[in-house]
Design a protein around this ligand. Structure first.
Ligand SMILES: Nc1nc2c(c(=O)[nH]1)N[C@H]1C(S)=C(S)[C@@H](COP(=O)(O)OP(=O)(O)OC[C@H]3O[C@@H](n4cnc5c(N)ncnc54)[C@H](O)[C@@H]3O)O[C@H]1N2
Ligand code: MOO
Length: 408
Protein backbone atom coordinates (compact mmCIF):
# COMPACT_ATOMS: atom_id res chain seq x y z
CA UNK A 1 0.00 0.00 0.00
CA UNK A 2 1.15 3.51 -0.80
CA UNK A 3 1.69 5.79 2.20
CA UNK A 4 2.07 9.50 2.05
CA UNK A 5 5.18 11.55 2.50
CA UNK A 6 4.03 14.56 4.46
CA UNK A 7 5.02 18.12 3.69
CA UNK A 8 4.90 21.17 5.98
CA UNK A 9 1.78 23.35 6.03
CA UNK A 10 3.85 26.24 4.69
CA UNK A 11 5.04 24.06 1.79
CA UNK A 12 1.47 23.00 1.05
CA UNK A 13 0.35 26.62 0.96
CA UNK A 14 3.30 27.56 -1.27
CA UNK A 15 2.61 24.70 -3.68
CA UNK A 16 -0.92 26.00 -4.14
CA UNK A 17 0.13 29.64 -4.44
CA UNK A 18 2.83 28.76 -6.97
CA UNK A 19 0.76 26.34 -9.03
CA UNK A 20 -2.19 28.71 -9.23
CA UNK A 21 -0.34 32.01 -9.37
CA UNK A 22 -2.06 32.85 -12.64
CA UNK A 23 -5.52 32.58 -11.11
CA UNK A 24 -6.91 36.08 -11.49
CA UNK A 25 -10.14 37.21 -10.00
CA UNK A 26 -12.44 39.24 -12.20
CA UNK A 27 -14.23 42.30 -10.98
CA UNK A 28 -17.82 43.45 -10.89
CA UNK A 29 -19.66 46.63 -10.04
CA UNK A 30 -22.06 46.36 -7.14
CA UNK A 31 -24.39 48.76 -5.38
CA UNK A 32 -22.99 50.22 -2.19
CA UNK A 33 -25.73 48.38 -0.29
CA UNK A 34 -24.34 45.06 -1.56
CA UNK A 35 -20.67 45.91 -1.10
CA UNK A 36 -20.31 44.94 2.57
CA UNK A 37 -17.72 42.17 3.10
CA UNK A 38 -16.66 42.22 -0.56
CA UNK A 39 -13.08 43.04 -1.47
CA UNK A 40 -12.26 46.31 -3.19
CA UNK A 41 -10.81 45.89 -6.69
CA UNK A 42 -9.39 49.38 -7.16
CA UNK A 43 -8.17 52.15 -4.88
CA UNK A 44 -10.98 54.60 -4.22
CA UNK A 45 -9.71 58.12 -4.78
CA UNK A 46 -11.68 61.04 -3.49
CA UNK A 47 -12.82 63.69 -5.93
CA UNK A 48 -14.00 65.98 -3.14
CA UNK A 49 -13.23 67.34 0.26
CA UNK A 50 -15.12 65.93 3.23
CA UNK A 51 -16.45 67.99 4.79
CA UNK A 52 -16.90 70.48 1.97
CA UNK A 53 -16.89 73.39 4.45
CA UNK A 54 -15.70 74.08 7.98
CA UNK A 55 -18.33 72.67 10.35
CA UNK A 56 -19.10 72.89 14.01
CA UNK A 57 -18.89 69.66 16.03
CA UNK A 58 -21.14 71.05 18.80
CA UNK A 59 -24.19 73.20 19.39
CA UNK A 60 -22.76 76.58 20.36
CA UNK A 61 -21.59 79.98 19.26
CA UNK A 62 -18.97 80.63 16.58
CA UNK A 63 -16.55 83.16 18.02
CA UNK A 64 -13.06 84.55 17.69
CA UNK A 65 -11.23 82.25 20.15
CA UNK A 66 -8.98 85.05 21.45
CA UNK A 67 -12.10 86.87 22.74
CA UNK A 68 -12.75 84.05 25.18
CA UNK A 69 -9.30 83.95 26.75
CA UNK A 70 -9.52 84.47 30.50
CA UNK A 71 -13.33 84.10 30.61
CA UNK A 72 -14.83 82.58 33.75
CA UNK A 73 -18.27 82.25 35.32
CA UNK A 74 -17.60 85.29 37.45
CA UNK A 75 -15.79 87.36 34.82
CA UNK A 76 -17.45 86.36 31.54
CA UNK A 77 -16.75 87.93 28.17
CA UNK A 78 -19.67 89.80 26.66
CA UNK A 79 -20.27 89.24 22.93
CA UNK A 80 -22.87 90.55 20.53
CA UNK A 81 -25.02 87.85 18.86
CA UNK A 82 -25.20 88.78 15.18
CA UNK A 83 -27.42 85.93 14.04
CA UNK A 84 -27.88 82.20 13.60
CA UNK A 85 -26.47 79.70 11.10
CA UNK A 86 -29.26 77.56 9.65
CA UNK A 87 -28.52 73.85 9.32
CA UNK A 88 -27.88 72.86 5.71
CA UNK A 89 -27.61 76.48 4.51
CA UNK A 90 -24.64 78.48 3.37
CA UNK A 91 -24.16 81.37 5.81
CA UNK A 92 -23.26 84.90 4.84
CA UNK A 93 -22.66 85.93 8.45
CA UNK A 94 -19.23 87.35 9.28
CA UNK A 95 -17.96 87.11 12.85
CA UNK A 96 -15.37 89.53 14.10
CA UNK A 97 -13.91 90.27 17.52
CA UNK A 98 -16.63 91.09 20.01
CA UNK A 99 -19.29 89.26 17.98
CA UNK A 100 -20.64 85.73 17.75
CA UNK A 101 -23.22 83.66 15.84
CA UNK A 102 -25.22 80.64 16.91
CA UNK A 103 -24.21 77.39 15.07
CA UNK A 104 -25.87 73.99 15.43
CA UNK A 105 -23.78 70.78 15.44
CA UNK A 106 -22.71 70.22 11.83
CA UNK A 107 -23.55 73.78 10.85
CA UNK A 108 -21.25 75.94 8.70
CA UNK A 109 -18.70 78.11 10.52
CA UNK A 110 -19.21 81.74 9.53
CA UNK A 111 -16.29 83.67 8.06
CA UNK A 112 -14.04 85.27 10.67
CA UNK A 113 -14.80 82.75 13.44
CA UNK A 114 -12.07 80.34 14.51
CA UNK A 115 -13.70 78.37 17.35
CA UNK A 116 -17.06 77.35 18.74
CA UNK A 117 -17.96 77.65 22.40
CA UNK A 118 -20.44 75.05 23.62
CA UNK A 119 -23.81 76.41 24.56
CA UNK A 120 -23.49 75.12 28.15
CA UNK A 121 -20.43 77.31 28.66
CA UNK A 122 -22.37 80.45 27.80
CA UNK A 123 -25.35 82.36 29.06
CA UNK A 124 -27.71 84.19 26.75
CA UNK A 125 -28.67 87.48 28.41
CA UNK A 126 -31.04 88.59 25.64
CA UNK A 127 -31.46 88.16 21.86
CA UNK A 128 -28.31 90.19 21.20
CA UNK A 129 -26.06 89.47 24.17
CA UNK A 130 -24.05 86.40 25.09
CA UNK A 131 -21.86 85.81 28.13
CA UNK A 132 -18.92 83.48 27.44
CA UNK A 133 -17.90 81.75 30.68
CA UNK A 134 -14.97 79.61 29.55
CA UNK A 135 -12.05 80.01 27.17
CA UNK A 136 -11.80 77.95 23.94
CA UNK A 137 -8.71 77.21 21.89
CA UNK A 138 -8.32 78.26 18.26
CA UNK A 139 -10.03 75.59 16.08
CA UNK A 140 -11.74 74.03 19.10
CA UNK A 141 -15.01 72.30 18.16
CA UNK A 142 -14.44 72.82 14.43
CA UNK A 143 -13.88 70.16 11.81
CA UNK A 144 -12.01 71.81 8.96
CA UNK A 145 -12.77 71.51 5.26
CA UNK A 146 -11.05 68.30 4.07
CA UNK A 147 -10.03 67.29 7.60
CA UNK A 148 -11.83 63.97 7.13
CA UNK A 149 -11.00 63.33 3.46
CA UNK A 150 -8.94 65.45 1.06
CA UNK A 151 -9.42 65.71 -2.69
CA UNK A 152 -7.27 63.11 -4.57
CA UNK A 153 -6.63 61.14 -1.38
CA UNK A 154 -6.72 57.32 -1.44
CA UNK A 155 -9.68 56.72 0.81
CA UNK A 156 -9.72 52.90 0.67
CA UNK A 157 -7.03 50.72 -0.88
CA UNK A 158 -7.49 47.85 -3.30
CA UNK A 159 -7.68 44.56 -1.44
CA UNK A 160 -9.55 45.89 1.59
CA UNK A 161 -12.50 43.82 2.72
CA UNK A 162 -15.24 46.40 3.01
CA UNK A 163 -16.45 46.83 6.57
CA UNK A 164 -19.30 49.06 7.77
CA UNK A 165 -16.93 52.03 8.24
CA UNK A 166 -15.65 51.69 4.65
CA UNK A 167 -19.25 51.67 3.44
CA UNK A 168 -19.79 54.89 5.40
CA UNK A 169 -16.68 56.51 3.91
CA UNK A 170 -17.88 55.65 0.39
CA UNK A 171 -21.30 57.09 1.21
CA UNK A 172 -19.67 60.32 2.42
CA UNK A 173 -18.23 60.75 -1.08
CA UNK A 174 -21.52 59.98 -2.81
CA UNK A 175 -20.13 56.73 -4.26
CA UNK A 176 -23.14 54.51 -4.83
CA UNK A 177 -21.47 51.84 -7.03
CA UNK A 178 -18.29 50.02 -6.11
CA UNK A 179 -15.89 47.86 -8.11
CA UNK A 180 -15.17 44.70 -6.15
CA UNK A 181 -13.56 41.33 -6.82
CA UNK A 182 -15.93 38.69 -8.08
CA UNK A 183 -16.01 35.85 -5.60
CA UNK A 184 -14.14 32.70 -6.59
CA UNK A 185 -16.55 29.80 -7.06
CA UNK A 186 -16.29 26.62 -5.05
CA UNK A 187 -17.98 23.24 -5.45
CA UNK A 188 -18.10 20.87 -2.49
CA UNK A 189 -18.20 17.08 -2.63
CA UNK A 190 -18.74 14.80 0.36
CA UNK A 191 -17.74 11.21 -0.23
CA UNK A 192 -18.55 7.96 1.54
CA UNK A 193 -21.08 5.12 1.36
CA UNK A 194 -22.09 5.94 4.91
CA UNK A 195 -22.84 9.63 4.30
CA UNK A 196 -26.49 10.67 3.97
CA UNK A 197 -28.21 14.01 3.44
CA UNK A 198 -29.23 15.73 6.67
CA UNK A 199 -32.92 15.46 5.84
CA UNK A 200 -32.76 11.71 5.16
CA UNK A 201 -33.79 9.13 7.76
CA UNK A 202 -30.78 8.12 9.80
CA UNK A 203 -30.38 4.37 9.50
CA UNK A 204 -27.99 2.43 11.66
CA UNK A 205 -24.43 2.71 10.36
CA UNK A 206 -25.07 5.90 8.41
CA UNK A 207 -23.58 9.30 9.19
CA UNK A 208 -25.17 12.68 8.47
CA UNK A 209 -23.25 14.87 6.07
CA UNK A 210 -21.58 17.44 8.30
CA UNK A 211 -18.73 18.47 6.04
CA UNK A 212 -20.80 19.88 3.15
CA UNK A 213 -22.43 22.28 5.58
CA UNK A 214 -19.42 23.27 7.64
CA UNK A 215 -17.30 23.72 4.51
CA UNK A 216 -20.02 25.76 2.79
CA UNK A 217 -20.15 28.03 5.82
CA UNK A 218 -16.37 28.33 6.00
CA UNK A 219 -16.28 29.11 2.28
CA UNK A 220 -18.83 31.87 2.65
CA UNK A 221 -16.96 33.25 5.62
CA UNK A 222 -13.81 33.80 3.57
CA UNK A 223 -15.54 35.20 0.50
CA UNK A 224 -16.14 32.22 -1.76
CA UNK A 225 -19.33 31.66 -3.69
CA UNK A 226 -20.64 28.13 -3.20
CA UNK A 227 -22.03 27.00 -6.56
CA UNK A 228 -23.09 23.52 -5.53
CA UNK A 229 -22.50 20.48 -3.41
CA UNK A 230 -23.15 16.77 -3.68
CA UNK A 231 -22.74 13.54 -1.74
CA UNK A 232 -21.16 10.69 -3.69
CA UNK A 233 -20.64 7.05 -2.83
CA UNK A 234 -17.23 5.42 -2.64
CA UNK A 235 -17.41 4.67 -6.31
CA UNK A 236 -14.66 5.63 -8.71
CA UNK A 237 -16.94 6.50 -11.68
CA UNK A 238 -19.41 8.52 -9.59
CA UNK A 239 -16.59 10.37 -7.90
CA UNK A 240 -14.86 11.17 -11.18
CA UNK A 241 -18.11 12.49 -12.67
CA UNK A 242 -18.80 14.62 -9.61
CA UNK A 243 -15.32 16.16 -9.76
CA UNK A 244 -15.71 16.86 -13.50
CA UNK A 245 -19.05 18.51 -12.88
CA UNK A 246 -17.54 20.55 -10.07
CA UNK A 247 -14.63 21.63 -12.26
CA UNK A 248 -17.03 22.85 -14.90
CA UNK A 249 -19.06 24.92 -12.49
CA UNK A 250 -16.36 26.33 -10.25
CA UNK A 251 -12.79 27.54 -9.75
CA UNK A 252 -12.06 25.32 -6.77
CA UNK A 253 -13.32 21.84 -5.89
CA UNK A 254 -13.26 20.75 -2.28
CA UNK A 255 -13.75 17.08 -1.46
CA UNK A 256 -13.93 15.50 1.92
CA UNK A 257 -13.44 11.87 2.85
CA UNK A 258 -11.64 9.15 0.99
CA UNK A 259 -8.33 11.00 1.12
CA UNK A 260 -6.58 8.44 3.30
CA UNK A 261 -5.04 5.18 2.19
CA UNK A 262 -7.95 2.77 2.71
CA UNK A 263 -9.12 0.37 0.01
CA UNK A 264 -12.15 2.50 -0.76
CA UNK A 265 -10.28 5.80 -0.80
CA UNK A 266 -10.67 6.67 -4.48
CA UNK A 267 -10.11 10.40 -4.37
CA UNK A 268 -6.48 10.33 -5.45
CA UNK A 269 -7.14 7.89 -8.28
CA UNK A 270 -10.16 9.84 -9.50
CA UNK A 271 -8.25 13.13 -9.58
CA UNK A 272 -5.27 11.59 -11.35
CA UNK A 273 -7.53 10.07 -14.00
CA UNK A 274 -8.67 13.54 -15.13
CA UNK A 275 -5.43 14.42 -16.86
CA UNK A 276 -3.30 17.45 -16.14
CA UNK A 277 -0.90 17.55 -13.26
CA UNK A 278 -3.14 15.58 -10.89
CA UNK A 279 -2.12 15.15 -7.27
CA UNK A 280 0.69 17.54 -6.30
CA UNK A 281 0.95 16.52 -2.67
CA UNK A 282 -0.57 13.88 -0.45
CA UNK A 283 -0.09 14.29 3.27
CA UNK A 284 0.52 17.43 5.34
CA UNK A 285 2.33 17.63 8.66
CA UNK A 286 -0.72 18.83 10.51
CA UNK A 287 -2.77 17.31 13.30
CA UNK A 288 -5.62 16.88 12.69
CA UNK A 289 -5.70 16.69 8.94
CA UNK A 290 -2.68 14.73 7.78
CA UNK A 291 -4.31 12.80 4.91
CA UNK A 292 -4.91 15.84 2.73
CA UNK A 293 -4.58 15.86 -1.06
CA UNK A 294 -3.58 18.90 -3.06
CA UNK A 295 -4.17 18.60 -6.76
CA UNK A 296 -4.54 20.36 -10.06
CA UNK A 297 -7.18 19.07 -12.47
CA UNK A 298 -8.03 20.84 -15.69
CA UNK A 299 -5.91 23.71 -14.41
CA UNK A 300 -8.06 24.15 -11.34
CA UNK A 301 -7.40 23.62 -7.67
CA UNK A 302 -8.80 20.45 -6.15
CA UNK A 303 -8.32 19.77 -2.45
CA UNK A 304 -9.10 16.43 -0.91
CA UNK A 305 -9.78 17.07 2.77
CA UNK A 306 -9.87 14.34 5.38
CA UNK A 307 -13.32 12.99 6.20
CA UNK A 308 -13.25 13.71 9.92
CA UNK A 309 -15.22 16.96 10.32
CA UNK A 310 -12.72 18.72 12.57
CA UNK A 311 -9.81 17.67 10.36
CA UNK A 312 -11.56 18.98 7.24
CA UNK A 313 -12.27 22.34 8.89
CA UNK A 314 -8.75 22.61 10.29
CA UNK A 315 -7.14 22.01 6.91
CA UNK A 316 -9.52 24.52 5.37
CA UNK A 317 -8.30 27.14 7.86
CA UNK A 318 -4.62 26.21 7.53
CA UNK A 319 -4.38 25.74 3.77
CA UNK A 320 -7.40 27.02 1.86
CA UNK A 321 -7.75 30.33 3.70
CA UNK A 322 -4.21 31.60 3.03
CA UNK A 323 -4.63 30.88 -0.69
CA UNK A 324 -7.91 32.80 -0.88
CA UNK A 325 -6.33 35.70 1.01
CA UNK A 326 -3.58 35.75 -1.60
CA UNK A 327 -6.11 35.66 -4.45
CA UNK A 328 -7.84 38.69 -3.01
CA UNK A 329 -4.48 40.33 -2.11
CA UNK A 330 -5.79 40.54 1.43
CA UNK A 331 -3.60 40.85 4.45
CA UNK A 332 -5.95 40.02 7.26
CA UNK A 333 -4.78 40.17 10.83
CA UNK A 334 -6.44 37.29 12.64
CA UNK A 335 -7.95 38.28 15.99
CA UNK A 336 -5.96 36.74 18.81
CA UNK A 337 -5.61 37.03 22.56
CA UNK A 338 -2.83 35.89 24.86
CA UNK A 339 -3.95 33.36 27.44
CA UNK A 340 -2.39 31.21 30.12
CA UNK A 341 -2.70 27.46 29.57
CA UNK A 342 -4.51 25.69 32.40
CA UNK A 343 -3.25 22.22 31.41
CA UNK A 344 -0.45 20.49 29.57
CA UNK A 345 -1.12 19.31 26.04
CA UNK A 346 1.19 16.94 24.17
CA UNK A 347 2.12 17.63 20.57
CA UNK A 348 2.26 15.06 17.79
CA UNK A 349 5.79 14.40 16.66
CA UNK A 350 6.57 15.77 13.22
CA UNK A 351 3.36 17.82 12.90
CA UNK A 352 1.95 21.25 13.63
CA UNK A 353 -0.74 20.45 16.19
CA UNK A 354 -3.92 22.50 16.26
CA UNK A 355 -5.34 22.47 19.77
CA UNK A 356 -8.85 23.78 20.30
CA UNK A 357 -9.38 25.62 23.56
CA UNK A 358 -11.99 27.17 25.79
CA UNK A 359 -11.25 30.62 27.11
CA UNK A 360 -12.18 32.04 30.47
CA UNK A 361 -11.51 35.55 31.72
CA UNK A 362 -10.83 35.98 35.41
CA UNK A 363 -9.70 39.18 37.08
CA UNK A 364 -8.71 40.65 33.74
CA UNK A 365 -6.60 37.64 32.70
CA UNK A 366 -7.39 35.09 30.00
CA UNK A 367 -7.05 31.33 30.62
CA UNK A 368 -7.12 28.68 27.88
CA UNK A 369 -8.17 25.11 28.60
CA UNK A 370 -7.34 22.61 25.85
CA UNK A 371 -10.03 20.25 24.58
CA UNK A 372 -9.05 16.62 24.32
CA UNK A 373 -11.75 15.48 21.88
CA UNK A 374 -11.10 13.54 18.70
CA UNK A 375 -11.17 14.96 15.18
CA UNK A 376 -14.31 12.97 14.41
CA UNK A 377 -16.19 14.95 17.07
CA UNK A 378 -17.65 18.16 15.67
CA UNK A 379 -18.30 19.53 19.18
CA UNK A 380 -14.55 19.57 19.77
CA UNK A 381 -14.66 22.57 17.46
CA UNK A 382 -18.21 23.85 17.84
CA UNK A 383 -17.77 24.20 21.61
CA UNK A 384 -14.33 25.78 21.32
CA UNK A 385 -13.60 29.49 21.56
CA UNK A 386 -10.27 29.42 19.76
CA UNK A 387 -7.19 27.39 19.00
CA UNK A 388 -3.46 27.43 19.53
CA UNK A 389 -0.87 25.95 17.19
CA UNK A 390 1.95 23.88 18.65
CA UNK A 391 4.62 24.10 15.99
CA UNK A 392 6.38 21.04 14.66
CA UNK A 393 9.61 21.66 16.60
CA UNK A 394 7.87 22.19 19.96
CA UNK A 395 7.33 19.52 22.56
CA UNK A 396 3.77 20.27 23.46
CA UNK A 397 2.49 23.05 25.63
CA UNK A 398 2.82 23.32 29.39
CA UNK A 399 0.41 24.40 32.07
CA UNK A 400 1.11 28.02 32.99
CA UNK A 401 2.56 28.94 29.60
CA UNK A 402 1.22 32.05 27.89
CA UNK A 403 0.03 31.27 24.37
CA UNK A 404 -1.42 33.25 21.51
CA UNK A 405 -4.96 31.99 20.92
CA UNK A 406 -6.59 32.47 17.52
CA UNK A 407 -10.23 33.27 18.07
CA UNK A 408 -12.81 31.29 16.14
N1 LIG B 1 -3.98 3.48 7.86
C1 LIG B 1 -4.25 4.74 8.06
N2 LIG B 1 -5.52 5.05 8.31
C2 LIG B 1 -5.86 6.32 8.55
C3 LIG B 1 -4.87 7.33 8.56
C4 LIG B 1 -3.54 6.98 8.28
O1 LIG B 1 -2.63 7.80 8.25
N3 LIG B 1 -3.30 5.66 8.02
N4 LIG B 1 -5.23 8.61 8.86
C5 LIG B 1 -6.43 8.76 9.67
C6 LIG B 1 -6.81 10.13 9.71
S1 LIG B 1 -5.80 11.14 10.64
C7 LIG B 1 -7.93 10.59 9.14
S2 LIG B 1 -8.40 12.23 9.36
C8 LIG B 1 -8.80 9.75 8.34
C9 LIG B 1 -9.14 10.46 7.02
O2 LIG B 1 -9.70 9.53 6.22
P1 LIG B 1 -10.45 9.84 4.88
O3 LIG B 1 -10.16 11.24 4.43
O4 LIG B 1 -10.20 8.76 3.97
O5 LIG B 1 -11.93 9.93 5.34
P2 LIG B 1 -13.01 8.76 5.49
O6 LIG B 1 -12.36 7.52 5.88
O7 LIG B 1 -13.88 8.82 4.33
O8 LIG B 1 -13.75 9.37 6.73
C10 LIG B 1 -13.20 9.52 7.98
C11 LIG B 1 -14.33 9.68 9.01
O9 LIG B 1 -15.03 10.86 8.74
C12 LIG B 1 -16.43 10.60 8.51
N5 LIG B 1 -16.90 11.48 7.47
C13 LIG B 1 -16.50 11.48 6.19
N6 LIG B 1 -17.16 12.40 5.50
C14 LIG B 1 -18.03 12.99 6.35
C15 LIG B 1 -19.01 13.99 6.20
N7 LIG B 1 -19.23 14.59 5.02
N8 LIG B 1 -19.70 14.35 7.29
C16 LIG B 1 -19.50 13.74 8.48
N9 LIG B 1 -18.58 12.78 8.68
C17 LIG B 1 -17.87 12.39 7.62
C18 LIG B 1 -16.47 9.18 8.08
O10 LIG B 1 -17.70 8.59 8.31
C19 LIG B 1 -15.35 8.57 8.92
O11 LIG B 1 -15.83 8.29 10.20
O12 LIG B 1 -8.16 8.56 8.03
C20 LIG B 1 -7.59 7.91 9.17
N10 LIG B 1 -7.15 6.64 8.79
O1 MOO C 1 -5.41 13.86 11.34
MO1 MOO C 1 -6.87 13.04 11.28
O2 MOO C 1 -7.15 14.33 10.33
O3 MOO C 1 -6.51 13.16 12.94
O4 MOO C 1 -8.25 13.13 12.16
Amino acid sequence: MEFFKTILIEEAVNIIKEEFKDYKLESEIVDLDDAYDKVLYEDVISKEFVPEFDRSTVDGYAIVAEDSYGSTDTIPTVLEIIGEVKMGDRTELVVSSGKCAYVPTGGMIPKGANAVIMIENTEKMDEKTLLVQKPVRIQENIIKRGEDIKENEVVIERGKKLNPAHIGALASLGISKVQVFKKPKVFIISTGDEIIGIEEKLEFGKIRDINSYSLKAQSKKIGLEVVGNIIVKDDFIQLKEAILDGLEKSDIVLLSGGSSVGERDYTKEAINSLGGKGVLAHGISIKPGKPTLIASAKGKLVIGLPGHPVSAMTVFMAVVEPFIEKLYSLNTIKPTIFAQMTENFPSSAGKDTYVFVNIKKEEGKYYATPKFGKSGMITNLSKADGYIVIKIHEEGVNKGEIREVYLL
